[in-house]
Write a protein that binds this ligand. Structure first.
Ligand code: G6P
Length: 605
């Protein structure tokens, strides 16, 4: 979802801004643009619908010289993706340019008021309202840019990360955030700005994460200054990034998604490292807050998308091993559901990006109501990681492909460890099973070429059904989500036994069903479910434990996975599901890393 890049220093900023926008492409967007202030304090603006590469070629014939600039990738919220609605937006007098992530909820009220004062608008965006407001306040109050930005933000209801430049305030970028991330990179003779650290890592590992309600005053030849929106100086906490450029590249794979699928033996190893000690699970977040976990009356998991699916598996794990009641809520529903929460509740927020707006809002609400909030995040230093009381990082490295793969398996692995860590006894067999995961994943990934061949049979179907039971009912939901996200084939995940209460009506020879059927307590039951599909002419792709003869005889295709503890089986079965979605999408010619309309980091409601 929208991305911001900014640069101020002595180098030409255009190539730095463009490289930064490329780094943010994974977030999902539909237009892009840059605004540059040159040596004569002229404001140069270039923006276009489409990819960053299109912006680059559009700018080839243009003068884009200058050493101060802001840039943006836009994921449309207010107004369709076109050149006019693309950012940066410029004030009517042509002096001030802004890029903005988030949404300004009261933009209509502000717009009407500005129109009464004669302001004219070019775009349909909420962002243009903000830049016009800044200009109006600056002009009418004869104040500085930072004062005008501060005053304008005081009138705004909503979420934002912004960067602003002004021809009449040379050598300055003003940046501010509320509920939408911004990172400032401190170089030797330049300062960088971005929505996350990926555009910055090429130049410096020293960063400052802006907090909510903070405004940064970034000047060319002065140290960074940060103030709060009520004009008090803020502490500047410079942190060191632990991110390498190679983690942001494809490493010989054709797509980030495939790279990330194949990275899973090592990412799960990283998730586990140092946490399985002498047949016990040691998580510092749990150890430091043991009494909270011991006294917890209830655990509520909040998350969105794939992280919510991981949460469903987490519920089962925690109920089985920690014997505590767990509910799993979509963060977007939770926040508006008038939830009953007490100080004896633990809220676990799961998020790969650590920036999902709904999850962040659910955390704020839970904390306000007295709950202890525990985060399971991937992005180190992200808003959710910082907003939670404690937590565990999944440590799978940056996930660039929009469809979550290695983050999902990392989340489930951490949830399994969390469930076992809450009860501090020894868990000899299960800790061995967890330690065996990387090699089981490696073995399972050998299915790749079989799945690639199989995908040809299913490239052009219009619908898919995914069935699973117990621990693997959420796997069915996740398998279906993966397929629809990247191949645009409609797919539904269902608990296998629920099929007879509706989806069975859909089954015919045109509807393939993926059945997740490893050898577990419900194996016999799921065989009956497969027979019900076969009896109605449906074809079945079954994911089974190696050597499963019974299902092999009835299913059209079987994908054999190694034997794995039932509670960890969602991790292993997710691999063939990821590969199936990937190969079908590739055969259809889809852009698997940046599927249409989707965003990697959903920073708006
Ligand atoms: C988006 C992404 C999904 C992700 C979801 C939640 O929809 O495309 O892959 O599962 O957001 O994101 P989070 O970063 O909070 O896990």
């Amino acid at each position: 979802m929208c991305g911001i890049v900014g640069y101020i220093g002595n180098s030409q900023c255009f190539p730095i801004l463009i490289k930064g926008l490329h780094r943010l492409e994974y977030r999902g967007y539909d237009s892009a643009g840059v605004a540059i202030i040159d040596a004569e304090n002229q404001l140069k603006l270039c923006k276009s619908r489409g990819k960053v590469a299109e912006l680059e070629s559009f700018c080839q014939s243009k003068d884009v010289s200058g050493t101060i600039g802001i840039a943006h990738t836009r994921w449309a919220t207010h107004g369709e993706p076109n050149d006019t609605n693309a950012h940066p937006h410029v004030s009517a007098d042509g002096n001030i340019a802004i890029v903005h992530n988030g949404t300004i909820e009261n933009y209509n009220v502000l717009k009407r008021a500005l129109m009464k004062h004669g302001c004219e608008f070019k775009s349909e965006t909420d962002t243009e309202v903000l830049v016009q407001l800044i200009q109006y306040i600056k002009q009418n109050n004869s104040c500085t840019l930072v004062e005008a930005v501060t005053e304008s933000l005081g009138q705004v209801v909503g979420a934002y990360a912004i960067a602003v430049v002004d021809r009449n305030t040379p050598g300055t970028i003003i940046a501010a955030r509320k509920s939408s991330p911004l990172v400032i990179g401190i170089g030797d003779d330049a300062t960088y700005l971005a929505s996350d650290a990926t555009p910055i890592i090429d130049y410096t590992d020293k960063v400052v994460y802006l907090n909510d309600d903070e405004i940064a005053i970034i000047k060319k030849d002065e140290p960074l200054r940060v103030i709060t929106t009520d004009n008090k100086p803020s502490n500047i906490d410079i942190q060191t990034l632990k991110l390498s450029v190679s983690q942001l590249e494809k490493g010989g794979y054709p797509h980030f998604m495939l790279k990330e699928i194949f990275e899973q033996p090592s990412t799960i190893e990283d998730s586990i490292r140092g946490r399985v000690v002498n047949n016990r699970i040691e998580l510092s977040g749990v150890n430091l807050n043991r009494s909270k976990f011991v006294d917890a009356e209830r655990i509520i998991i909040v998350a969105c998308g794939t992280s919510w699916h991981a949460g469903l598996i987490g519920k089962r794990l925690m109920q089985d091993f920690a014997r505590v009641p767990v509910s799993v809520e979509y963060a977007s529903e939770f926040r508006y559901s008038n939830p009953v929460i007490s100080s004896r509740d633990i809220v676990i927020a799961i998020s790969q990006s650590g920036e999902t707006a709904d999850t962040l809002a659910a955390i704020t609400l839970a904390k306000k109501m007295g709950a202890f909030v525990y985060g399971i995040c991937n992005a180190v230093g992200s808003s959710i990681a910082r907003a939670t009381d404690s937590g565990t990082y999944i440590h799978v490295g940056p996930e660039i492909g929009v469809a979550s793969t290695k983050a999902f398996t990392g989340q489930v692995t951490v949830l399994a460890m969390l469930a076992l860590a809450i009860d501090p006894g020894t868990v000899e067999q299960l800790s061995k099973d967890i330690e065996a995961l990387p090699s089981l994943i490696k073995e399972t990934l050998k299915l790749n070429s079989t799945i690639e061949n199989l995908s040809s049979t299913y490239t052009y179907v219009h619908n898919f059904l995914y069935l699973g039971r117990g621990y693997n009912y959420p796997s069915a939901l996740e398998g279906a989500l993966k397929l629809k996200e990247i191949s645009y084939i409609h797919a539904e995940g269902y608990p296998a036994a629920e099929m007879k209460h509706g989806p069975i009506a859909l089954i015919d020879h045109e509807l393939p069903t993926v059945v997740i059927a490893p050898n577990d307590d419900l194996h016999d039951k799921i065989i009956s479910n497969i027979q019900q599909v076969k009896a109605r002419g449906g074809s079945v792709i079954a994911i089974v434990t190696k050597g499963d003869k019974a299902i092999k005889e009835i299913a059209d295709h079987t994908l054999e996975i190694p034997k794995v503890a039932e509670c960890l089986s969602p991790i292993i079965v997710s691999l063939p599901l990821q590969l199936l979605a990937y190969h079908i999408a590739i055969k259809k010619g889809c852009n698997v890393d940046m599927p249409r309309n989707l965003a990697k980091s959903v920073t708006v409601e």
